[in-house]
Design a protein. Sequence first.
Lengths: 618, 172
Amino acid sequence: MALLQISEPGGTPDPHQRRIAVGIDLGTTHSLVAAVRNSVAECLPDVSGRVILPSAVRYLAEGRRQIGFEALSEAAIDPRNTITSVKRFMGRGLSDVKDRAKLPYDFIDTPGMVQIQTVDGVKSPVQVSAEILATLRFRAEDSFDDELFGAVVTVPAYFDDAQRQATKDAAQLAGLNVLRLINEPTAAAIAYGLENGSEGLYAIYDLGGGTFDISLLRLTAGVFEVVATGGDSALGGDDFDHLLADWALSRAGLKAESAQDKRAVLVAARAAKEKLSSTDHATLACPLGATELSVRVTRDQFETLSHDLITRTMTALRKVLRDAKADKSDVQGVVMVGGSTRMPMVQAAVADFFGKPPLTNLNPDEVVALGAAIQANALAGNAGADDLLLLDVIPLSLGLETMGGLVERIIPRNSTIPTARGQDFTTFKDGQTALAVHVVQGERELVSDCRSLARFELRGIPPMVAGAARIRVSFQVDADGLLAVSAREEVSGVEAAITVKPSYGLSDEEVARMLTESFTTAEGDMRLRSLRESGVEAERMLLATRSALDADGDLLSVEENASIQALLLALEATREGEDHHVIDAAVEALAKGTEAFAAERMNRGIRRALSGRRVEDV
Amino acid sequence: MNLNSTDFELFDTPAAMAFDRSALDTRWRALQSEVHPDKFAAEGAAAQRVAMQWAVRVNEAYQRLKDPLKRAAYLCELNGAPIHAENNTAMPSAFLIQQMEWRESLDEARELLAVESLALEVGAHRKTALAGLQFTIDDQHDFVAAAQQVRALMFVERFEADVDQRLEALGK
């Protein structure tokens, strides 16, 4: 009997028709796109053969923009309009942005997320990130001369809900179908795990341009299980640059006043830092107003200066081991990710802590994108994709505000996702008809020390004596790590729900509006685009349903089978049409009509897992 | 097998306290390999929704089965002796006195060494109490008595968390 294996052959009838799925590493300093070609993951180069795209966007008048190297080379001339390290502002309010006095931007303190005034108008970090993502999307489409099926986009493991949501919004704004958001360290482990065939407990030390992540993963037969994760979403290579820049300025007795000067000193500091990874001294030099800054720095001086930053990463490392109830001797290998791990002092500190040298054989700049590409290929269901499974966790606890500004933890950190948890609450006043729900994320006891994610109200509770109402608040975290919260009064059945977006993300309408206004549609008209997207979705549903019927059709009665066949035919008939609404309706009808079938197939899968037999033996 | 099956049915493991952790882990990974939404990423919304429900259910069961105290509470509930911790705060006075003594020791402990020795003591107590709980459930099948033991152990675990926090604050 033929049996369906969803992520393996059989799903695509035509073996030549591969779905193009890419992995994107949206980094603080630079971004990359990779894809699996001829069963090998590789980073896709631009027309000049460079795989790295600096995460820099320069806005010019009249809606023009420069992205990547072009933008970066203008950063010192036009710092106000050249946005770099935008990842640090994703899902963040103005007060969260450290060092903002040193940054050359005109920040606007908008509720939720900070925005930046440019010559081309006000830009949100989501829009800036979308420019970078769209550039990578076009690069991939040019490489394959085809449309993308979807993308896996990576985020730091330590990103909270607001930062994840902002990243997903940016990807949607760039016209990408997000197959999954995955954590950067996990992506790195995929790249390493598959190449080295390793099993056991691994630590991933990821020090990027602006974020630090540490994750512990257990690798078992194609399953990547994140055991614990931690880090600091505001610690990275940029901090080393700032330290070195400040030190050099104070040595020279100079000050960087203008935006240009601030940028120039940072650029020079970064160059000196990079040089110190291979030599024992460097000179930090740049023009500064009417004078010139030129300061010699030795590696020893730089390492003394940076000591506290390294210590902060080591503290996070110890905390993650404690969370995992693991000893450092349990760790079989340490993977280094992120350009900042090129610094010899970082490698030495990690080697010293674990008593063994870290793994550095993959390019630390590329490894995240490569892992994401492997996962994207598997998610797209391409033939020959490795049968791997990621079991990731949420990095920070999720909870609710209760009386007295205290946090009631609902989902503890390091819970495997997807997950759901409910908690019952009651009213504390006679006749109380509404309940305010305040969702927070963080590890502290006080609401004021945690990040506020969303607020909503459950209204219309029938008046009862205090304590009589039974209000169940349910948290659901999906496989992207994104949270949805609902509240229901059980006696009356009154309900309220929220996808945690409004306080930091963009609403669906805003995304839709920005899509219509943005570059992604400059190439064609909106209606054609919608029609094409609906067509792709219809194609996907037809294929998926047919292969499910091939595999598990025996679960259906003759009537059930006939009704699904009818829905398939109906969808088939709409595909040549010109109205995407008609196609969408037929897709939805097929989705609804196959829900019971999907549940039956899931049951079969569970029985298969319990019988302990491999899929191919059934 | 459906979403309302018990955790034990779902993991095909005896409804008892004694269990093999590594077999449980293996079963969890096998189940997730079948139901995780990633396995249906190339399919339509219906399959995604069902997969999400199942993956959540499997994780919920796994969380409960691998934690001895949660597992015990669940067994009590299945056997008609729900914990209802919020309505059952009455504890034997010997237990309460010991709790107070522990709290005092923690408040007074200024040095890492003192907190560490308290942590060891509480940890040992929890181990013994868990062994007793396993006997009450697996051998005596007395779920009412077991529920009382679970409630007591919940206090112990909460106190242990406070001790851990102190250890963390003291820089261990």
